[in-house]
Design a binder for this molecule. Sequence first.
Ligand code: TRP
Ligand code: ZN
Length: 469
Amino acid sequence: MRSTNRQVAVLLAILMSTLACGPSEGVARPVERLSGQAGAPGIGDSDFPLDGNGGYDVSHYALKLGYTPSSRRLDGVATIQATAKQGLSQFNLDLKGFKVGEVSVDGAAATFSRTGHELTVTPAAPLRQGSAFNVKVAYAGVPQPVVDSSNLGRYGFIPTPDGAFVACEPNGARTWFPGNDHPADKATFDFEITVPKGATALANGELTGKPQTSGDLTTFKWREAHPMATYLATATVGRFQLREGKTPGGIRALAAVDPKFTRSLDKLYKLSAEITDYWGTVFGRYPFSSTGGVIDDFTAGYALENQTKPLYGGFDPGEDIIAHELAHQWFGNSLSIERWRDLWLNEGFATYAEWLWAEHKGTGTSDASFRAFYERPAKDPIWTYPPGRAKPSDLFNESVYNRGAMTLHALRGAIGDETFFKLLKTWTSEHQYGNVTTEQFVTLAERLSGKQLDTLFDTWLFQPGRPAI
Ligand code: TRP
Ligand code: ZN
């Protein structure tokens, strides 16, 4: 699902091409429409040239999955609803590993081929520009997580002894379902996950009914009704203890912990609820229908802001990390980046949220947090790695987090508290559920403050070295 602007742009393009062609050209048009072109193998992010795909926009994924922890086998049927953005003779989906069985488009068998993680689908007849279509892909096999040698380790669908730990940023969704695996194409999701009785499957959004057990299998149905980037989708499976309810502010909440973390369940639940409510007052109304958190026993040592259900990998998260992952529900999840190079819009904001949380709790000031980093020596990554352009080979460099947060603190100093906090709320409301760029943030900051901020953003985000303060 893309922004309304884009849909308007597509409609305008269709209208203009209709108006532009004279009667003689009109004769040839139906043929041209029926032939179509191959969709690009990437969505257009030059840092990740094969991530996502061109030529269509997904609006909804319906994922029917069966997972058996003992054999690690995943059986999937993905039904994807999309709109063709051009005449399409064929198009790609991203899928890593698995044996693909049947593929159909609008119910008719389609042919397919595979190269690396690109699954190329050729429908029986080309798709017309602007038409809605659905693709069904049946697949099965043992999921192969992505192994990243730089800073992430393993990510994607990671089998654990009792299930699976599913954390996919930046491009691990392809390790468990076929799709348009890039945050520039967001969509709603339905999940139907069948696991052995005794295990719980935790996906995004809310349960649409009671889990159904038949024989030794239980099926969980979840729905995320708000647009979601593929990397935020999860189907974490294991033995879990649950606590459900509502936050004091009235948002549905669910905390789940592996039995190894029983003692953390109430704390995780209460803190997640309190922090979600508090961010609602600072960043604007909570954008989704439920909140919460999941602690699994897989010792990833990291957390991911999975939509509505941040996932903590093998540790009892402190307030700062919970504050961070829940801030992402606004910055990253509701507002998603259009290109990975703008990752500071996620991580810088979520890190700044940690500083704001400490300030709120009276355990530290954001000024003190800023100063502690500002004193770091010249060789520190925060001074050698400008955070405004995240590098594909080192996407999650700590500068993107910490100097990203420092940028916001410098901005706050320049425009004052009142404008700064108004900016945060305007940013989240103007782009709710959409995609954003750094340029748009700079423009909005200048509009609201009436100040020229090019130099501030340029020195903090794009230039190496320690900016003067
Ligand atoms: N976005 C995560 C955070 O803010 C970090 C992260 C990046 C991650 N890629 C991941 C976590 C993959 C789990 C899996 O903390
Ligand atoms: Zn983060």
